[in-house]
Design a protein around this ligand. Structure first.
Ligand code: GL1
Length: 227
């Protein structure tokens, strides 16, 4: 699409599983919680949770396990899961940034574009600090900033608003099907990270940032029918 590269002024990145390898720790903590409650759940089921807030994830897991909880109990178990997760990420370091992600962020910065982080996680800032990535983001939207869960586009719209850009001027990077739907619903150009069969709504799907240059990405997107 002619002029696409000039149209794009910002990039919005999801965190867990896109920039940092933390999705596996969320899975470990949720699985431990399910096991304590007397049932199990699979990594495939966890795919459905990706992008959901803490409470929304817990409610889905309780549904799978057929477990009823009062609101107070939900808060208690959310805290328990979070304490396990925080323990799991306590040794997170810059080397836990996913392959190619840091180089890609640098290229976006050098190209003069703005960058935002959009994550449902309340630990997003702490993850960014441990991995030394916080300075790359002009705007950080985390689990404290939003009221609606994906596939509602609220989180991306807040990120674009914070950057002072329209959705059509931003590319969203997402690994979760719910996140891809949210980005598309918000009017963004969406790059899915992962396998195309899980992310059919994305405008383009890439396996990750390794060996990807920003210019190459723009060239690939220019060939798709977006925005
Ligand atoms: C919450 C959920 C996680 C995951 C993240 C978003 O994180 O608990 O399972 O879906 O949102 O990637 P947190 O508990 O850190 O707010």
């Amino acid at each position: 699409m002619a002029g696409f590269s000039e149209q794009i002024k910002g990039c919005i990145f999801n965190l867990d599983g896109v920039i940092v390898d933390t999705a596996k720790h969320h899975y470990t903590a949720w699985k431990r919680l399910a096991n304590q409650l007397g049932f199990d759940f699979s990594i495939e089921q966890h795919e459905e949770l990706r992008g959901l807030s803490r409470l929304a994830s817990l409610e889905k897991i309780l549904e799978w396990g057929n477990v009823y909880m009062t609101e107070a109990e939900k808060l208690h178990w959310s805290d328990v899961k979070n304490n396990w997760y925080v323990e799991l990420i306590s040794n997170l370091k810059p080397s836990d940034v996913l392959p190619g992600a840091l180089l890609f962020l640098r290229q976006v910065r050098e190209a003069g574009l703005q960058m935002a982080l959009s994550s449902a996680s309340r630990s997003a800032r702490s993850v960014l600090r441990s991995t030394h990535l916080e300075p790359y983001f002009d705007v950080i939207i985390d689990g404290y900033s939003t009221r609606k869960v994906k596939p509602d586009p609220e989180s991306f719209l807040l990120a674009a608003q914070g950057l002072g850009l329209r959705p059509a001027e931003c590319v969203v990077f997402e690994d979760a099907p719910l996140g891809v739907w949210a980005g598309v619903a918000g009017g963004f150009t969406v790059v899915g990270i992962g396998q195309p069969e899980y992310l059919p709504k994305a405008h383009l799907v890439i396996p990750g940032f390794e060996n990807l240059t920003f210019n190459n990405l723009l060239a690939q997107l220019s060939g798709t029918t977006v925005a």
